[in-house]
Design a protein around this ligand. Structure first.
Ligand SMILES: Cc1cc2nc3c(=O)[nH]c(=O)nc-3n(C[C@H](O)[C@H](O)[C@H](O)COP(=O)(O)OP(=O)(O)OC[C@H]3O[C@@H](n4cnc5c(N)ncnc54)[C@H](O)[C@@H]3O)c2cc1C
Length: 295
């Protein structure tokens, strides 16, 4: 469907295939995809973006799904709203911390419209989904008429408000591997009010050996403390192959804090956010460890 308005030309896609056709057609034009509009409308309302063409994918219901199996893990279609992820029984069973993450994203109204994929493409470094996706070793599937590519979650945001999506491309799905045995995963954010963007956030995934003595894998994602979400690899390396003690967690938290590059804002200074990131890593890792021991 095509509509002409005073401000932009509007196209809507009823399927992912139609969206890809429209994107190929307008690849070289000044276009924007709209899904739930919760971020895009704000940018447009404030005059920060004035696209000549809007490609609306909200009607492409073939992108609206959550699927899980023990081999392939979780697949989150691009039109999955925050609210659907929050209310999914399989997500609650297999990745409970994603539900904890979702209940603190904005308000129910925003979660009812906003998609998880729209949130990561918007690439606000303080947004909630990216750190857990990094810790969970997720990939983002990006499609165009030329084919499909898979981008690791930690490489998906390339700069402030800039994602790895190129002209003509559409994100179709987020893929999260099934969690191995003896794995614990947890996320928390610190914000001034419930539902606000994070001053800092941390997600930690820990896998223990069969005897549950040593850590065999660790993945740590941080939000709100740099131009993009951060994977804290030096902190992960401190934990891997060792028995996790309070002292080791303090060392890893310090390394995570050192990996951050926050900027000062009206709510908190850069120094405060740096310190906060380390504190969150320590707390979140303790909870991830407790969950791994129970798993
Ligand atoms: C008041 C308010 C408070 C908020 N608080 C939080 C918060 O605490 N934590 C948090 O994480 N988020 C928060 N958000 C952000 C919210 O989660 C996002 O606005 C929402 O998830 C974006 O999804 P959308 O479907 O509305 O995307 P849209 O606004 O439609 O699109 C956002 C961007 O993604 C692109 N896009 C969308 N879908 C695709 C696709 N499939 N392929 C390629 N590009 C695509 C668009 O072109 C646009 O650039 C808040 C938003 C509001 C309005």
């Amino acid at each position: 469907m095509k509509t002409i308005t005073a401000d932009f030309e509007y196209f809507s896609a009823a399927t992912a295939g139609e969206a890809l056709d429209l994107l190929a057609q307008h690849k070289d034009d000044d276009y924007r995809i709209i899904a739930g509009g919760q971020s895009l409308n704000t940018f447009m309302k404030h005059g920060l973006l004035k696209p000549e063409i809007i490609i609306d994918i909200k009607g492409a219901s073939d992108l609206d799904y959550i699927k899980y199996d023990d081999k392939e893990g979780l697949k989150i279609g691009a039109l999955t709203t925050h609210r659907k992820l929050e209310q999914s029984p399989v997500v609650a069973e297999k990745y409970a911390a994603l539900v904890d993450m979702e209940v603190n994203v904005a308000s129910v109204e925003t979660r009812n419209w906003g998609t998880v994929v729209g949130d990561i493409v918007n690439a606000d470094p303080a947004a909630d989904p990216a750190p857990p996706l990094i810790a969970l070793d997720a990939s983002v599937v990006v499609a165009s008429k030329e084919g499909t590519r898979s981008v690791p979650a930690e490489e998906f945001a390339v700069d402030l408000y800039t994602s790895a999506v190129e002209p003509g491309e559409l994100v179709t799905e987020i893929q999260i591997p099934a969690l191995p045995a003896n794995t614990g995963f947890y996320f928390t954010k610190y914000s001034q009010l419930h539902g606000d963007y994070a001053l800092a956030s941390a997600a930690v995934l820990l896998t223990l050996d069969a005897k549950k003595e040593k850590c065999v894998n660790a993945r740590i994602g941080l939000g709100g403390v740099g131009a993009t979400p951060i994977r804290a690899t030096a902190a992960e390396d401190i934990l891997k192959g060792k028995k996790i003690t309070d002292e080791l967690l303090a060392e890893a938290a310090q390394a995570a804090s050192e990996a951050t590059e926050p900027i000062s804002g009206i709510e908190a200074s850069a120094e405060y956010k740096k310190e906060l990131a380390g504190t969150l890593v320590k707390r979140v890792a303790k909870e991830a460890l407790a969950r791994a021991q129970k798993a």
